[in-house]
Design a protein around this ligand. Structure first.
Ligand code: ADP
Ligand code: ASP
Ligand code: MG
Length: 448
């Protein structure tokens, strides 16, 4: 069997849903499990609804719900008929009631816990899969619609829940019965705790759902269908000259994803690695394009791609007492551990340690704790740029080319990944786009 995941833009309209189904039909004999995201922008709108609700704007929040529901109802009208239409309408109406009561409740409380947020955003995927399955049946296909909350078992860290792989594997095998000639359709992104409370795997988490399901069922391949032809040399939204990379290793793909290439979710590589399942990244608008395949090992060396991540904060911890003192780094990292904040990059000098972080939710508490034994300096509005490739660093000229290209851009922190596949550095956010363009030009647009 295979897993095929369709992202938000790949199910963003009637036309796109039909394209996605055409692609799934072309794999029908491979017993596909189709994992779908919410329609494009729906997750963002649902989160906007909770923001309005928290301010007490109940009407605004309910207005957003009505708009989302109307979009799905309009779609249902446009491509369903008879029993399929009636059934889909009934389910969508049920979801409208559920969402409206959440909007009302949250706006009365003026509060939205991570748990409530997950309850709200889960509707995005539940709505899109209702339409996708109904359309498949309308087209005469055999389609099972499964609720991923019945098999994607997670812990209760709402908004970025961690899957319980053993339990999920057992449940997935029990609940999903893929077979040649039919489609099994389910939601990406959502799961539930042991007590049945709805959770999500974090933004962009449908890719992760797909590889978890693939690993659980021993899939031959996992295909991630999106709006670009694979993993490209950098984000094509910033550099239109970016070109697709035919093959990349799990390690390289994971680094790229972690450092900002949102084409795949960073956690989604791991379940595939463990089972050695090849992951294909393909374009729903250009299915004939080979896209990218992510494999255990790839040959060849050289720079593969440039990723970048904005909204990064630098934390500089200074202590003269650190001179010759051991245990200083340990104390620092204990603070980060306590506040569940992961550090991306680190650079140390004799009396200071500089770290970059993405998540600033607990920054205040972190600073308070660090100030007990050091001086702390916070610099916001930074960006991380990450060059990923194999063994490029062995060539002296590589560093010269990197910093020659960036000669007019101040670099705040440099880190050569221990994995030998990445060189990362931090620049001012306002310089990020320019730096990426310059590096891309240097390494991918010259004929050398
Ligand atoms: P989906 O909704 O299908 O999951 P996403 O929007 O999450 O799609 O991811 C696809 C987007 O990732 C692309 O449209 C592209 O702008 C962005 N992206 C960032 N870096 C890269 C890269 N290196 N290669 C390809 N796409 C990238
Ligand atoms: N719909 C979710 C999001 O927008 C999950 C996903 O698309 O992967 O984050
Ligand atoms: Mg995505």
């Amino acid at each position: 069997m295979i897993v095929m995941k369709f992202g938000g833009s790949s199910v963003g309209s009637a036309e796109m849903m039909d394209k996605a189904l055409d692609i799934a039909v072309s794999r029908l004999e491979s017993a596909p499990v189709v994992v779908s995201s919410a329609m494009s922008k729906v997750t963002d709108s649902l989160l906007m609804m909770t923001d309005l609700a928290v301010t007490g704007d109940g009407n605004g929040a309910m207005g957003v719900v009505e708009k989302i529901i109307q979009r799905h109802l309009d779609l249902a009208e446009s491509f369903l008929s008879g029993k399929n239409l009636a059934q889909a309408r009934e389910r969508i109406e049920g979801m409208r009631r559920g969402l409206l009561s959440l909007a009302k409740g949250l706006s009365l409380l003026k509060e939205c816990s991570p748990r409530s947020s997950d309850a709200v955003v889960s509707y995005g995927e539940l709505l899109s899969t209702t339409l996708l399955a109904a359309r498949a049946r309308e087209r005469g296909l055999k389609a099972d619609l499964a609720d991923s909350r019945t098999f994607m078992r997670t812990d209760d860290r709402f908004m970025s829940a961690a899957p319980d792989f053993r339990e999920t594997r057992k449940l997935t095998r029990r609940k999903l019965k893929p077979a040649p000639g039919k489609l099994v359709i389910c939601q990406g992104f959502i799961g539930s705790t042991r007590d049945g409370v709805t959770t999500t795997l974090g933004r962009g988490g449908s890719d992760y759902s797909a590889t978890i399901i693939g690993a659980a069922l021993g899939a031959e391949t996992v295909e991630i269908w999106t709006d670009v032809s694979g993993i490209l040399t950098t984000d094509p939204r910033l550099v239109p000259e970016a070109r697709s990379i035919p093959k990349i290793s799990y390690g390289e793909a994971a680094e790229l994803a972690y450092f900002g290439a949102k084409v795949v979710h960073p956690s989604s590589i791991q379940p595939a690695v463990e089972q050695g399942i090849p992951v294909f990244i393909k374009n729903t608008n250009d299915p004939a394009h080979p896209g990218t395949v992510i494999l255990a090992e790839t040959r060849g060396r050289g720079l593969r791609a440039i990723a970048f991540k904005k909204k990064v904060t630098l934390i500089n911890v200074i202590s003269t007492r650190m001179l010759n003192a051991y245990g200083f780094l340990n104390r620092i990292f204990t603070v980060f551990e306590k506040h569940k904040t992961s550090v991306d990059l680190v650079a140390t000098s004799e009396v200071s340690v500089t770290m970059s972080v993405e998540n600033t939710a607990y920054l205040k508490s972190i600073v308070r704790d660090l100030e007990e034994f050091s001086d702390v300096d916070i610099r916001r509005d930074k960006a991380t740029i990450c060059l990923v490739g194999r063994d490029v660093w062995e060539e002296q000229s590589f560093f010269v080319r990197v910093f020659q290209a960036l000669r007019d851009i101040p670099v705040k922190l440099i880190s050569l990944g221990a994995s030998n596949i990445n060189l990362s550095f931090v620049v001012m956010e306002e310089n990020c786009d320019e730096a990426v363009r310059l590096l891309h030009r240097e390494f991918f647009e010259k004929s050398s």
